[in-house]
Ligand binder design. Structure first.
Ligand code: FNR
Length: 197
């Protein structure tokens, strides 16, 4: 099985963040065919056009992680029915300078946890809208909305295993390791979609 490097952006930055714990439980679950890495996005300065052509080292480091990854996993909390500003800030950094977005054609997946009953539904769907604009290939199904933090019980493990199997299939399809499927995809002219700007 091919293994994919997944750069994970976690939108929770507090020391006790549910979503940071959720990330840890995904790493511990260790779905087949994935290597996970994350980054403390709270260290990024606020995006400013004044900085984008000569960004601070931390931004360059962040951008290099996006560049060298095979796919991106977004783990988002829900703030006021959307995703947190700190995550939007990280996404904005990766999208600039104009015409040089690192998100373009990247394979991605969105997931999240909150203590509330809607389990980040609002956050995930706002985030998907942004990622669609950025021309990312985002896993459509299964959608997963967690209102708990850990992948400890059997049902949660099964849901996550299914989720990562689908993410792996999407990576195979778009990254071209599964050549028959990739050719089929390309023959539909989908590899030349315009830059999202
Ligand atoms: C929240 N929370 C929240 N939860 C939810 O389900 N829907 C929401 O719209 C909101 N809105 C919201 C706004 C703000 C400003 C805060 C601080 C919190 C609760 C939130 O899901 C909870 O604090 C999570 O624990 C946040 O995720 P992390 O930071 O623990 O990963």
């Amino acid at each position: 099985m091919n293994s994919y490097k997944i750069f994970t952006l976690v939108g929770g930055i507090s020391s006790q963040s549910l979503n940071k714990k959720f990330y840890q439980s995904i790493v511990e679950l260790g779905p087949d065919g994935f290597e996970f890495e994350t980054f403390d996005i709270s260290k990024l300065p606020f995006y400013s056009q004044d900085l984008e052509n000569d960004p601070p080292d931390i931004v360059s480091e962040f951008k290099e992680k996006i560049r060298e990854s095979d796919g991106i996993l977004f783990i988002t909390p829900e703030y006021n029915r959307s995703f947190p500003g700190v995550l939007k800030n990280a996404i904005d950094w990766g999208s600039r300078p104009y015409g040089m977005s690192l998100w373009d054609k990247k394979v991605g997946a969105v997931i999240g946890a909150s203590p509330g009953n809607i389990g980040t539904f609002g956050a995930q769907h706002h985030l998907r809208q942004v990622l669609a604009y950025l021309n990312m290939h985002v896993l459509a199904q299964p959608e997963v909305y967690f209102n708990s933090s850990a992948a400890k019980d059997e049902t949660t493990k099964q849901i996550l295993t299914k989720y990562f199997k689908a993410f792996h299939e999407l990576l195979e399809l778009i990254s071209g390791h599964d050549h028959s499927q990739a050719m089929n995809y390309k023959s539909q002219g989908l590899e030349d979609s315009p830059l999202a700007h």
